[in-house]
Design a protein around this ligand. Structure first.
Ligand SMILES: [Fe+2]
Length: 306
């Protein structure tokens, strides 16, 4: 079942790459000219992009969180996971979280069950997706993924989704879930800075000569300079030749020793608790960082920290 599933995943990756190629430079002027909410090539490609992008990422997250090393005993959720369950699901016993919340939500889903942290509200939530590009609450960042598409269980379990979920429960890598939770909770804390009062204060600071600035939709008078003509296609072309920010950070990246050691520890810890190779973990950790960070971390991986 896993081998078939892997083939399906590879197909999604290939199709995603093809789609991104068609959407990238040189941008097809025909696509732009015929853009319409009713139909057309651009709509097809954009729809495919969301579908395939989510199919790839959700499968990667799923594979990673349902694989335990050989002969491992079932794991228990980590301390931060347990304390968030207790805080955000006070009506259930934390030890019954799988059976009372995750299992029924998964059984109700046609595509995916997602346990996540809502980054805009800093709380844990469980949601379902009926399709890769389906609807989930805004801000939900996934920490535990359950594949509920038929291809994930039918060959082995027929229509018995309950037994599939009971078996899956025993192979959840809660250490991965705990790691994802810790990362997303600290990011979520940083995002809370944008509460409305602080955002308004920030904007006031940008307009020191307009301390009585009022908030609302702008009038035309609020824009004394004529707005530049839309650059349309050229602008899109310009954007499409920028390096992929996930692969190469365009922002100046401060590389500190503590930062490097932290990344090194993350890689060595994760490669102990999951099946992913050290190289895969390295790629994940350096995503979005500068070439200098990658080089220095690579050297540390070869030689070990000082
Ligand atoms: Fe799947």
């Amino acid at each position: 079942m896993f081998e078939n599933h892997w083939k399906l995943y590879e197909g999604y990756v290939l199709k995603l790459n093809e789609t991104m190629k068609q959407l990238s430079n040189p941008y097809d002027p025909e696509l732009v000219r015929k853009a319409s909410p009713a139909s057309g090539k651009l709509r097809e490609l954009e729809t495919a992009k969301s579908f395939l992008n989510n199919a790839v990422l959700l499968h990667e997250l799923f594979f990673e969180n349902v694989i335990l090393p050989d002969n491992s005993a079932p794991m228990a959720p980590g301390p931060q996971t347990m304390s968030l369950i207790q805080r955000d699901f006070p009506h259930v016993k934390a030890s019954d979280f799988w059976d009372t919340i995750i299992k029924p939500t998964s059984k109700a889903a046609r595509g995916w069950c997602i346990v996540g942290v809502n980054m805009l509200q800093s709380n844990m939530d469980v949601a379902m997706l009926d399709s890769h590009e389906g609807i989930i609450p805004l801000g939900l960042y996934p920490v535990l993924i359950i594949d509920m598409y038929e291809h994930s269980y039918s060959e082995q379990y027929g229509i018995d989704r309950g037994t599939y979920l009971d078996h899956l429960k025993r192979s959840i890598n809660w250490s991965i879930v705990e790691h994802r939770l810790a990362t997303v909770m600290s990011a979520s804390e940083m995002m809370r800075i944008s509460i409305p009062e602080e955002a308004e204060e920030y904007i006031r600071q940008q307009f020191t000569d307009k301390s009585d600035i009022e908030f609302g939709f702008p009038d035309e008078d609020d824009f004394p300079d004529p707005q530049p003509e839309s650059t349309g296609l050229d602008h899109r072309n310009e954007l499409s030749i920028q390096p992929n920010p996930r692969a190469h950070s365009a922002v100046e990246d401060k590389v500190t020793k503590a930062d490097l050691e932290d990344a090194y520890n993350q890689i060595t810890h994760l490669s102990r608790v999951s099946f992913s190779s050290t190289d895969d973990m390295f790629d994940k950790v350096v995503r979005g960082r500068s070439p200098r960070f990658r080089d220095e971390l690579w050297a540390m991986m070869q030689e070990g920290p000082e």
